[in-house]
Ligand binder design. Structure first.
Ligand SMILES: CC(C)(COP(=O)(O)OP(=O)(O)OC[C@H]1O[C@@H](n2cnc3c(N)ncnc32)[C@H](O)[C@@H]1OP(=O)(O)O)[C@@H](O)C(=O)NCCC(=O)NCCS
Length: 229
């Protein structure tokens, strides 16, 4: 079963990934824990230790839900358990098995976004538009000159977030994350990259970035109200 998406069949997900589709799942941190608890024993010792190191329980919960979700899809796809999840030198999680789907995740604004693809690298970012940002100062510091020009045309916090979310998703797809000097990297004018918007709710919006040709992008979304009845 896929935690939080009990109506989805693993066979369908497996077929869709094998066909080359990009799959994104967006669900609230408030998804009842009954969907995740049964899988907690599948977490690795490293993951369990990391959960204990978080200072805030919400952060521990987001991490744990993310890892359980990723494991449930990968284990369902690969038919292998327990599954090794490793980290690249810049901290991007991946499964070292040769046929494993690639994946990436982001949490923010009370939501998780997790994307999978068997055929391409993928990076995601989720941002809460209610977060107060000093858009101009951050754009000057972190955007390349071309991105700053794009920002100046919009000039508001919405335009900043739009550029920032795509840039971060792109840098997460390649695994660089924010470890590279990002103002020197104009990611948004690079050719050969696709960006897909994913909306969690009115305020929390995400982007999935991946290289190569455009693919079928299937988004599976849950909201808090789905669990309230
Ligand atoms: C990854 C990074 C962009 C995340 O930014 P953020 O806005 O704080 O958080 P998000 O919720 O969007 O993403 C966090 C997730 O991205 C993933 N992630 C971590 N590093 C990543 C990387 N280099 N590339 C892609 N994804 C990465 C993880 O799955 C992480 O979630 P988890 O810790 O619950 O598993 C940023 O923290 C970063 O670049 N960190 C650098 C990591 C680092 O310095 N590593 C040193 C060597 S280990």
């Amino acid at each position: 079963m896929i935690p939080g998406f009990p109506e989805l069949e693993l066979d369908e997900i497996r077929a869709s990934l094998s066909a080359g589709d990009l799959l994104s799942f967006v669900f609230p941190l408030e998804t009842p824990q009954k969907y995740f608890r049964p899988y907690a024993t599948r977490l690795s010792e490293d993951e369990k230790q990391r959960i204990h190191r978080f200072k805030h329980s919400k952060d521990a919960q987001a991490y744990s839900m993310g890892r359980i979700f990723i494991r449930s899809i990968l284990e369902g796809f690969l038919g292998e358990r327990p599954l090794k999840i490793a980290l690249t030198e810049h901290g991007k999680p991946y499964c070292p098995l040769p046929h494993s789907p690639r994946f990436n995740l982001s949490h923010g604004g009370g939501w998780l976004l997790v994307s999978f693809s068997q055929s391409t690298w993928v990076g995601v970012d989720l941002e809460d538009l209610r977060r107060e940002v000093r858009a101009k100062a951050l754009a000057n510091r972190y955007f390349s000159p071309a991105e700053q020009a794009m920002f100046t045309r919009g000039g508001d916090a919405g335009s900043f977030m739009n550029i920032w979310t795509r840039k971060e998703a792109r840098l997460k797809a390649s695994g660089e994350g924010l470890t590279v000097p990002i103002s020197e990297r104009c990611t948004l004018t690079e050719s050969g990259w696709q960006y897909e918007a994913v909306k969690a709710d009115r305020y929390v919006q995400g982007v999935v970035a991946y290289p190569g040709d455009k693919r079928i992008h299937r988004v599976f979304r849950r909201s808090v109200s789905d669990f309230s009845s």
